[in-house]
Design a protein around this ligand. Structure first.
Ligand code: SAH
Length: 348
């Protein structure tokens, strides 16, 4: 029987402790291993030079270290976004983005190769579902983006699970990755520095809510009637707008902070004055934030960014209804790194 190799990059400290114990090594080895993985970014246990050679050999027999192959890195002309294209051992490709905003450095990470949810306006949706990422592959995106930031004397300050895929449909790997991101010995991104974004998979939201993990939650609302939402997001056949509003209330009751509703503005589809009014009504009594995202155009010309004036008018109506909101100035459109533009032709 071939014994399975543990991915060191996906092991929680408790699990490492256990492994170190099984190998008859002192407990402080865990800390040393974490330091090599996170602070020093080694790719091979043989590089862990303050650890005895015998332990390194024992570790090499039992473990591996996930390292995504960086195929390409592109910087936007404005310097506000850097896109990383990675290749998995299977040859499949995924993307992550470093977003620069004031002093914030946000890593936007992928959770799946492609996505099963088929949102009509999203480039990743058009890829279909190809594979779930492993926890180590999610963490490694962050480590590599952070490594790049460190070379510029910066560091990643925030994470958004808003790259390719639906994070709540790859729940256990995403959850493990979120726990690993928080480690003080590692990148140390605690609490709400990390946000999970979902197209509205309610069983996943409930499960996340019950975790002892203070991550932020964003729900992609994107329409104000079930009729329109269903056309844009097939998941709405199962989980309706009213259900999402109810779960957003539950989330607040349970966690003590509200969700963020993301709302993509698409010309002629979701950008009417009536939408702004309905958006205000739907969210009126819910403690939440609203984040508007003017559509980033893809190759699918059925979906367009509203004209600047239309956007201004939409904002005006919302303000008139007393709604506070933020507008996401999507960074990296020139390198197709903005929301909904992550797509990669997979090798056949
Ligand atoms: N599956 C998750 C996370 C990935 S998408 C989710 O649906 O939330 C991250 C955000 O980008 C979502 O709010 C989605 O609605 C939005 N989005 C998708 N395509 C877009 C596009 N072309 N322009 C602007 N936003 C887009």
């Amino acid at each position: 029987m071939v014994s399975q190799l543990y991915d060191l990059k996906a092991m929680l400290p408790g699990e490492l402790d256990q492994l170190v114990g099984e190998l008859d090594e002192p407990a402080y080895r865990t800390r040393q291993i974490l330091d090599w993985l996170y602070a020093k970014g080694v790719r091979d246990v043989r590089e862990m030079t303050n650890i005895s050679k015998t332990l390194r050999e024992k570790l090499a027999e039992r473990t591996r270290i996930t390292c995504l192959n960086l195929v390409k890195r592109q910087e936007s002309a404005t310097g506000e976004a850097v896109k990383f294209l990675f290749e998995l051992p299977s040859g499949q490709r995924i993307e992550a983005v470093l977003i620069v905003d004031g002093t914030r450095r946000t890593a936007c990470l992928s959770s799946q190769v492609g996505c099963p949810l088929d949102c009509k306006f999203c480039a990743t949706g058009r890829m279909g579902m190809i594979a779930n990422l492993e926890a180590g592959q999610i963490v490694d995106q962050l480590l590599q983006v952070n490594q790049f930031a460190r070379e510029r004397d910066e560091r990643v300050t925030n994470v958004v699970m808003m790259g390719m895929g639906e994070p709540l449909l790859n729940y256990s790997a995403v959850m493990r990755a979120l726990k690993l991101m928080r480690l003080k010995e590692g990148i140390g991104l605690g609490g709400r520095k990390v946000t999970v974004s979902t197209a509205g998979y309610i069983p996943g939201i409930r499960r996340l809510m019950a975790e002892d993990l203070n991550v932020g939650l964003a729900i992609s609302l994107n329409a104000t009637t079930d009729e329109m939402r269903e056309q844009l997001m097939p998941i709405n056949r199962k989980y309706k707008i009213a259900d999402l509003l109810a779960v957003a209330r539950e989330f607040f009751a349970c966690r003590g902070y509200g969700v963020t509703f993301e709302y993509v503005l698409m010309a002629g589809l979701t950008d009417a004055d009536a939408d702004a009014q309905r958006l205000a009504e739907l969210t009126r009594d819910i403690p939440c934030k609203i984040n508007l995202i003017p559509y980033n155009e893809t190759t699918d010309l059925r979906f367009r960014r509203p004209a600047r004036q239309r956007l201004a008018q939409f904002y005006q109506v919302l303000r008139g209804c007393g709604v506070e909101f933020t507008v996401r100035h999507s960074r990296g459109r020139d390198i197709d790194a903005a929301c909904g533009q992550l797509y990669h032709q997979q090798k056949k």
